[in-house]
Design a protein. Structure first.
Length: 303
């Protein structure tokens, strides 16, 4: 049954994957879409647990190979489910080989560097899975919707003309291509929710005292810019979706479905990398034999 589910999910993923953004239109992607699998919430949870074992094995192989790295970029509107998706998808994976970074507004040091500077400092090493919870894309999303934020950057006015955003997207595209040539595989996820679903999730936060800390008045104010953000996301995906760094527009009104799709996409990326356990040379094998001989010799335990 699990093989059939996996095949159905992967076929659905092909409709979420954007390799060439030139004809992409966000409105064509329904945030309520689901794979045609008749599973209960519990069955989805059980399947996710099963796939976690597969992900854990692939991650262990990636870590031991020290050849490729995987960078997973997560973007979403407020309440889009980034935190929960990352937590659920990466549960059961060895934290030693995973790093999570979150990018808020740049601080005093970062503001005086190029916009990719702090991102470069946070990239995963070969052998690691890197998670960006928000990312360099904030610089073509939030700043595009609120261009006054650029005033703090110190970028000269004569460089902030009409081609500014097009150039930024081109810089991101070239940056991600560069990463691919260095062995860092890039996968980008937009957790796509509807404005109505966001409203429900914000109300749910207000209804649950344990989630009051997650609520901000800014969330309500930002809803006024919903359409502007949708346009900014569409332009970002159009400008940066390429075969070597694809976007996945994940229908995320259903959290379990979103987590299912993201986990499968990460597994698929690691399977494409196909990391292999290191092969020992003769000298290393001889060292193992010496170690075994020393351990099997019980004389030292009687001293």
């Amino acid at each position: 049954m699990s093989d059939a589910i996996s095949e159905t999910v992967r076929q659905f993923l092909t409709t979420c994957r954007i390799d060439n953004g030139r004809e992409f239109r966000l409105a064509a992607h329904d945030p309520d879409r689901k794979p045609e699998i008749d599973l209960s919430r519990q069955e989805i949870t059980d399947y996710l647990t099963e796939r976690t074992e597969c992900l854990s094995d692939l991650q262990q192989r990636l870590y031991s190979s020290q050849s490729y790295g995987l960078l997973c970029v997560f973007q979403a509107m407020d309440t889009g489910g980034k935190d929960g998706t990352i937590r659920h998808v990466m549960s059961g994976v060895n934290p030693q080989g995973v790093q999570v970074r979150s990018f808020k507004q740049p601080g005093p040091e970062a503001i005086h560097h190029d916009f990719l500077w702090r991102v470069s400092l946070s990239l995963p090493q070969r052998g690691e899975i890197g998670i960006f919870n928000r990312s360099h894309y904030e610089e073509v999303l939030v700043t595009r919707v609120h261009p006054h934020l650029l005033d703090k950057s110190g970028i000269p006015e004569d460089l902030r003309g009409k081609p500014f955003w097009k150039n930024r997207l081109r810089d991101i595209r070239h940056f991600e291509s560069y990463l691919g040539r260095q062995g860092i595989v890039v996968r980008k996820f937009f957790l796509h929710i509807s404005k109505e679903e966001q409203r429900k999730r914000l109300l749910a936060r207000l209804d649950d005292p344990t989630k009051h800390w997650k609520f901000s008045v800014d969330d309500i104010q930002e809803r006024q810019y919903w359409n502007a953000y949708q346009r900014a996301y569409e332009k970002a995906i159009i400008g940066t979706a390429r075969t070597d760094a694809p976007w996945f527009v994940i229908p995320a009104n259903s959290k379990p479905i979103a987590r299912l799709l993201v986990k499968e996409a990460i597994i698929e990326a690691l399977e494409e990398i196909n990391p292999q356990q290191p092969v020992l040379n003769e000298e290393q094998k001889a060292a193992l034999d010496e170690g075994r001989a020393a351990l099997e010799d019980r004389s030292d335990t009687t001293q």
